[in-house]
Write a protein that binds this ligand. Structure first.
Ligand code: CP
Length: 323
């Protein structure tokens, strides 16, 4: 339940269930925060006195580091914990780990976990705010939000755009968050991939379904190309990586056949030469590094709002106030 004046409640677990007003409030809050990262001294006192624990049970470069930058640039105190360096390796449970952190007076937990549902499980058991930084195949809400912000930056509005998510839909929490967010904002959404990498009934996602990448490219204004999640696959999903690239890879030749400008996103990390070719990833219509830049502002916005900040006060807050 949202507090009056704030678009979020206690936690951010997913984009499913958030309406257009809530999502737009987060994106609009991120806008003024973008400028902080361009300053010579990249620090404002918005979260001064707050203690945030980044609890990462899975590998991450972009999400972990951009959360840490967002927290530090808003002047929060931060602690980073990964499963390998903690007592999780001795068998301590997630809830015991979190309760011990709570005993040291924390305010928020940002967590990545391999199990779908882990973020909600934690949020229901501790009083601190919980932000889902990716849980299994379920959701990666801040990735969905930064993708929305990046598309909006380059296309002006999400409503009415045709956005196709291409690749390993089955294992992708990024796909699920994008689908919820894009549909809430009025985009037409499609998924495209081999049958083995789509859910058993892909139509249940509420999207157009393509099984040929050429058709998806013909249809789309925006392609969000997903990584083959080799670590979540057992053998047999695709014949070989070379075969995948030949049939499904987003290449310059395939994009040129569409004869129009298609915006290219990828959440990273990329398997270059598998789901996306380098001349597309580094090409003129790629906004992949803009996504990374926007990740910091979006995460600042989420932390600010969960701390009780109001969207209309974000501009004033970054000039020296607190949430
Ligand atoms: N996009 C994303 O979640 O990247 P990381 O796994 O590096 O955080």
């Amino acid at each position: 339940m949202s507090e009056p004046g704030t678009p979020l409640g206690k936690d951010l677990i997913g984009l499913e269930g958030l309406d257009a007003d809530q999502i737009l409030a987060i994106l609009d809050t991120a806008e003024p925060f973008k400028e902080i990262s361009q300053r010579r001294i990249k620090k404002v006192p918005v979260l001064r006195g707050k203690t945030i624990v980044n609890l990462f049970f899975e590998a991450s470069t972009r999400t972990r580091i951009s959360f840490e930058f967002a927290e530090k640039r808003l002047s929060a105190d931060t602690v980073n914990i990964s499963s390998t360096g903690s007592s999780v390796t001795k068998g301590e449970t997630l809830v015991d780990t979190a309760r011990n952190l709570e005993a040291m007076s924390i305010d928020m937990v940002v967590m990545r976990h391999g199990s779908s549902g882990a973020a909600r499980f934690l949020a229901e058991r501790i009083p601190s705010n919980v932000v889902n930084a990716g849980d299994g195949w379920h959701e990666h809400p801040t990735q969905g939000l930064l993708d929305l912000l990046t598309i909006r930056d380059h296309r002006g509005s999400i409503e009415g755009l045709k956005v196709c998510i291409v690749g390993d839909i089955l294992h992708s929490r990024v796909a699920r968050s994008n689908i919820h967010g894009l549909r809430a904002l009025g985009a037409e959404v499609a998924v495209c991939g081999p049958r083995t990498l789509l859910p058993p009934v892909p139509e249940d996602l509420g999207c157009v379904v393509f099984t040929r990448v050429e058709e998806a490219i013909e249809w789309a204004d925006v392609l969000n190309v997903l990584r083959l999640q080799l670590e979540r696959m057992e053998a047999g999903y695709v014949p070989s990586l070379r075969e995948y690239n030949r049939i499904w890879g987003v290449s310059r030749k395939r994009l040129e056949a569409a004869e129009r400008e298609i915006l290219i996103l990828h959440p990273g990390p990329m398997n270059r030469g598998v789901e996306i070719d380098s001349d597309v990833a580094d090409g003129p219509h790629s906004v992949i590094l803009n996504q990374v830049t926007n990740g910091v502002a979006v995460r600042m916005a989420v932390l600010y709002l969960l701390a009780g900040g109001q969207p209309e006060k974000a501009e004033a807050a970054k000039q020296g106030g607190e949430a």
